[in-house]
Design a protein. Structure first.
Length: 267
């Protein structure tokens, strides 16, 4: 029998504040304090205190008309950023499909989220490998080529924070079957950033090889990781014809996405 999933505790005041924000969003325009308080079932005085905090964050603004509230500039910024991310993921996923069609290996797309790589797109090979990376899966920055690629682009403070957990990891990170201590791991990240390429054999299981490249944004930061995984016997030798073709096509996709996303961002 499986153990019941533990419910994580949150901050109740944040949830209440977001419920008030939801009322303003759903109103479709400016709304009065009394209408807001009625929707969330609390006194106008209590609702007003939450509105004051939301105004300070920029998520809500009070209009010149007495007692009317609407979405603020921060809400607009968040909405635009959310739209941009959805569109950019869609554009990037088109290249995932294209790359898969050219090499017939499993390809997946990841973003960096809360100190882990999050898979947001995938196209499987016609001969799927035993271990299938799925959309929504999170990948450690210590134990696979994709996670290490993102870690390689962290700034000094972010990397120091990530490395605080190094001594308490369940096992040492490995590169191609060899254990890495902390200094060796950091050196590997530096090498990845220099060549803009991350690789690993046995990251997922002993027979699987990974190649990963960064998709950079206009500000010089990493936005996505584009990764190919396949059997070691097929593409594990970096000098064989199949592996060289995979790496070449990965580079082509990286440049294509750099052009597509850069042009889109400039609009």
């Amino acid at each position: 029998m499986s153990e019941p999933k533990k419910t994580q505790q949150g901050i109740n005041s944040v949830l209440i504040g977001m419920s008030i924000l939801d009322v303003i969003v759903d109103a479709g325009g400016a709304i009065s304090l009394n209408a807001i308080s009625a929707k969330v079932d609390m006194s106008p005085a209590k609702a007003h205190r939450y509105l004051v905090s939301l105004i300070e964050t920029g998520l809500v603004e009070r209009l010149k008309e007495p007692g009317l509230y609407d979405l603020g500039p921060k809400a607009l910024k968040l909405g635009l950023k959310a739209i941009q991310r959805i569109d950019r993921v869609s554009i990037a996923n088109e290249e995932v499909v294209s790359l898969n069609s050219r090499i017939d290996e499993t390809v997946f797309l990841s973003i960096w989220n809360d100190d882990e790589a999050l898979v947001v797109g995938r196209k499987a090979s016609s001969r799927p490998i035993t271990l299938m990376v799925r959309i929504g899966e999170v990948l450690s920055p210590f134990y696979n080529a994709t996670g290490r690629l993102f870690a390689a682009y962290l700034n000094d403070a972010e990397l120091d924070n990530l490395l605080k957990s190094f001594s308490s990891l369940p096992r040492q990170p490995q590169l191609n079957g060899q254990d890495l201590d902390r200094s060796e791991f950091v050196e590997e990240l530096r090498a990845i950033r220099t060549v803009k390429f991350s690789t690993g054999i046995g990251d997922f299981q002993s027979s699987v090889c990974s190649y990963s490249v960064p998709i950079m944004n206009a500000r010089g930061g990493i936005e996505f990781a584009l990764t190919v995984i396949g059997y070691e016997n097929d593409i594990g030798d970096p000098n064989n014809k199949a592996a060289m073709r995979v790496k070449s096509e990965l580079q082509i996709s990286m440049e294509r996405l750099k052009e597509k996303l850069g042009a889109w961002e400039a609009i």
